[in-house]
Design a protein around this ligand. Structure first.
Ligand code: ADP
Ligand code: ZN
Ligand code: MG
Length: 640
């Protein structure tokens, strides 16, 4: 149960986007391991085959000469048997006529007693030579230890086999030291990315053009004594194409692209990260002109010493090594270091000092025109149906990053393929918007009748309050089909690509988000856990309004920053004033939402009824309900 308007959805780094450059090598173990396994299997098979052949042959060549004890006793009594050799429990019988036979006795009794029970007299027995042979030591031990030893051997073998694999992996980790950095060779056309592949991001591309020029003809710049920045840091939300852009710079300039990711260092052994950085820079210098790209540099470049419970040594050493290498550049070095981060706020200031990453390029989320261009780039190799209008898709996806647009296009293609169509239709793409935004529909999640009604009222509450309050966004779609973690959702469509939001918009937003909670309370006289996510969102928003945007009349235009242990930019008193203001904002918003829901209860019921019936209500159907009840639906600017 959540309201989603694309502009303020929480961005996760989208999982299904292409991860730029990672031709994962070094899994050479897999084939080796599996061929070893198949060797083992063949060996065992051959062994089993031989064993069965052997026992078969034995049974053919040796006629069965085992006789029952009663016969033995009778033969002894008749004096036919010359000697008996006892070996364990088996008896070897030598007959006077020279034939040999075998038999077995009860393990607990000796041979004289055994025969006596069959009625052999001591006199008769005296005529037979009885020798008792001990089992050979080996045989005895083998027979008694085999049941223990075989599993032990098997386990030992298993351990050995597994440890071989682990050691293999360990070797890989060690070889990191000699920089197994991913390199993209400019000659490899299949991996080549140029500025053409990066749609939008005009300012960023313009800034980077200078670097491309330098890498293409460094001499021109060096001769005139121009100092080219060593370090460029790309900043932007996840999925805005930072990695892509860095690769494009290398592609445009036709130089090798060495890349490592900050997050890889965090899990390595101490010292490996630093030595890897050293090797990487060495390699790049040899290949100069070249680009070194440190992706997700915030993973190693966080402000040092910050945070609880000691720093990560590895991280610090790696960061120091990067700084040392950059400081050690000769003025005529033709290596440019690029880095990317989506958390510029946590970067260690040492990284941003002159002579290091002093050039900053910000990449914004794409606006409508850029979104259309990005969609076009990713539609290039896909067959689109005649009804596809990418401009409409672009219009409906404010807040989407390049990576999300990429996966939208991809989802569209998957939908078409699953329905065995050769072309992607507009409807495929429209459905994909929601899938990318909220995760896949969970059709299997069946709501009980009561849950369904509850969800319907909750979403109807959001939709109604959004439609009534002046500054809230118009409703675009309501659904009670659960998606991802949400039981239902109300999609709102912001009027345009807003870069700024006003206090009035925030306040109406908070009220609309509380619409779900209020509707549940009013209709059921009770509140469920459903709106917990809604409450988190509005609490955070109200707090930001007060402490970051200066939108509280009482506290005034002050940005208070975050209050943490050991970092207390304002007093306890102010902290409790902020809390009070947050409560006041939410209370007032709740009162306004309640007013709307009570006043328009008839409309609320109508929307909820439609939702229970149809499960999904599109904008037209929703607005029909509004009009029937005398409410004028909101229009977007260009619709007026
Ligand atoms: P970031 O590094 O900023 O998280 P990436 O560069 O990894 O983002 O982008 C992921 C994918 O999203 C890219 O491989 C590309 O397919 C797509 N993408 C992102 N931005 C753009 C863009 N401006 N133009 C075309 N594709 C883009
Ligand atoms: Zn909700
Ligand atoms: Mg990236």
């Amino acid at each position: 149960m959540q309201t989603v308007s694309p502009k303020n959805q929480k961005k996760k780094s989208s999982s299904n986007h292409q991860k730029g450059n990672s031709p994962r090598k070094g899994w050479g173990l897999m084939p080796k391991g599996s061929s070893f396994l198949s060797n083992l299997a063949t060996t065992i098979l051959i062994f089993l085959l031989l064993m069965s052949l052997y026992s078969l042959a034995e049974s053919f060549t040796k006629p069965d000469t085992t006789i029952p004890l009663s016969t033995v006793a009778a033969d002894v009594a008749e004096g036919k048997i010359q000697s008996i050799t006892v070996k364990g429990d088996s008896l070897n019988l030598s007959y006077s006529d020279g034939s040999e036979k075998t038999s077995r006795k009860d393990p607990s009794a000796g041979i004289p007693e055994t025969l006596a029970t069959y009625g052999v007299t001591p006199e008769e027995l005296a005529k037979v030579a009885i020798t008792i042979e001990g089992q050979s030591g080996f045989e005895f031990w083998f027979l008694s230890l085999a049941p223990i030893l075989i599993p032990v051997f098997f386990l030992a073998f298993l351990f050995w086999f597994l440890s071989r694999q682990v050691r293999g992996a360990g070797m890989q980790a060690f070889s990191f030291g000699q920089s197994k950095a991913r390199v993209i060779d400019p000659a490899d056309m299949s991996q080549r990315v140029t500025f053409k592949d990066v749609a939008g991001a005009r300012e960023a591309k313009e800034e980077l053009l200078e670097i491309v020029d330098f890498l293409k003809s460094p001499k021109k710049f060096l001769d005139i004594g121009a100092r080219i920045p060593k370090g460029i840091i790309l900043m932007g939300a996840p999925g805005t194409g930072k990695t892509l852009l860095a690769r494009a710079v290398a592609g445009e300039a036709g130089v090798p692209f060495f890349s490592i990711s900050g997050s890889e260092f965090v899990e390595m052994f101490v010292g490996v990260g630093a030595s890897r950085v050293r090797d990487l820079f060495q390699l790049a210098k040899k290949a100069a002109p070249a680009i070194i790209f440190v992706d997700e540099i915030d993973a190693v470049g966080r402000t040092r010493g910050a945070g609880m419970g000691g720093g990560n040594d590895e991280r610090e050493q790696t960061l120091n090594q990067i700084l040392v290498e950059m400081d050690g550049f000769e003025p005529n070095e033709k290596v440019v270091v690029m880095a990317a981060t989506n958390r510029p706020d946590v970067l260690d200031p040492a990284l941003l000092r002159p002579g290091r990453f002093d050039r900053r390029v910000t990449i914004d989320l794409p606006d409508r025109r850029d979104r259309e261009d990005i969609l076009k780039v990713h539609a290039a190799k896909k067959p689109l149906g005649p009804d596809v209008a990418l401009s409409v898709i672009a219009e409906r996806t404010p807040g989407f990053s390049g990576a999300e647009l990429y996966s939208l296009m991809n989802e569209g293609a998957i939908l078409a393929a699953r329905e065995n169509r050769k072309e992607i239709t507009q409807y495929d793409l429209i459905r994909s918007i929601e899938k990318v935004m909220l995760g896949p529909e969970r059709k299997s999640h069946l709501l009980s009748k009561r849950e369904k009604e509850l969800t319907a009222y909750h979403e109807a509450g959001h939709a109604l309050v959004s439609s009534i309050l002046e500054h809230a966004d118009p409703v675009h779609k309501i659904s009670i089909i659960s998606r991802g973690r949400a039981a239902g959702y109300t999609l709102k469509l912001p009027f345009d690509d807003r870069k700024m939001q006003s206090k009035k918009q925030f306040l109406d937003d908070i009220a609309a988000t509380l619409g779900g909670y209020v509707a549940e309370e009013l209709v059921l006289g009770d509140v469920t856990t459903g709106p917990s996510n809604d409450l988190q969102v509005i609490t955070a928003l109200a707090r930001d309004m007060v402490s970051r945007y200066g939108m509280s009349d009482k506290l005034g235009p002050i940005a208070f920053g975050e209050r943490q242990l050991g970092n207390e930019p304002y007093s306890e008193k102010v902290a409790s004033e902020i809390d009070a203001e947050v409560s006041r904002i939410i209370d007032e918003a709740k009162a306004r939402a309640t007013d709307v829901v009570m006043k328009y209860r008839v409309v609320l019921d109508a929307i909820a009824k439609e939702l229970v019936e149809k499960e999904t209500v599109e904008r037209e159907a929703f607005e029909k309900i509004l009009v029937l009840n005398g409410i004028i639906p909101k229009k977007k600017e260009e619709e007026i």
